[in-house]
Ligand binder design. Structure first.
Ligand SMILES: [Fe+2]
Length: 124
């Protein structure tokens, strides 16, 4: 069931259409990736992912962020599962890369589907 008219889809990955004018739904669900712009090859660094950074997402048993995953391009880096009420949808991965990549974060809301955000990280 596609709910494009409601601002999200349960069949496809969602992301902000215009980052300068995000809707409240986009602000609540878009995973914010916080990491350095540039790292050295093989250097360990932190990638923090916060869902609902711009506008707090509900955190109750009927509506919550279920998990967050991190990829470097197609490569899976990690997943954090969240319990409603008792954990906030924030996580941190310690990562090393050997070449520049798009970091991709996905967050899954139990009511509003899958949401994505990306950042480019330069390795040199
Ligand atoms: Fe939601």
């Amino acid at each position: 069931m596609v709910k494009e008219s409601m601002g999200f889809s349960l069949e496809e990955v969602n992301w902000p259409k215009d980052v300068e004018r995000m809707t409240d739904l986009e602000k609540k669900h878009s995973p914010r990736i916080v990491c350095p712009d540039t790292v050295k090859p093989g250097e360990m660094f932190e990638v923090k992912i916060i869902t609902g950074k711009l506008l707090k997402h509900p955190n109750e048993s009927g509506h919550f962020i279920m998990w967050t995953e991190l990829y470097a391009g197609d490569r899976f880096l990690g997943r954090t599962q969240f319990a409603p009420v008792t954990t906030e949808p924030e996580t941190c991965f310690i990562v090393s890369l050997n070449k520049s990549a798009e970091l991709i974060a996905y967050s899954m809301c139990n009511l509003h589907g899958l949401w994505k955000n990306t950042v480019h990280i330069e390795v040199k």
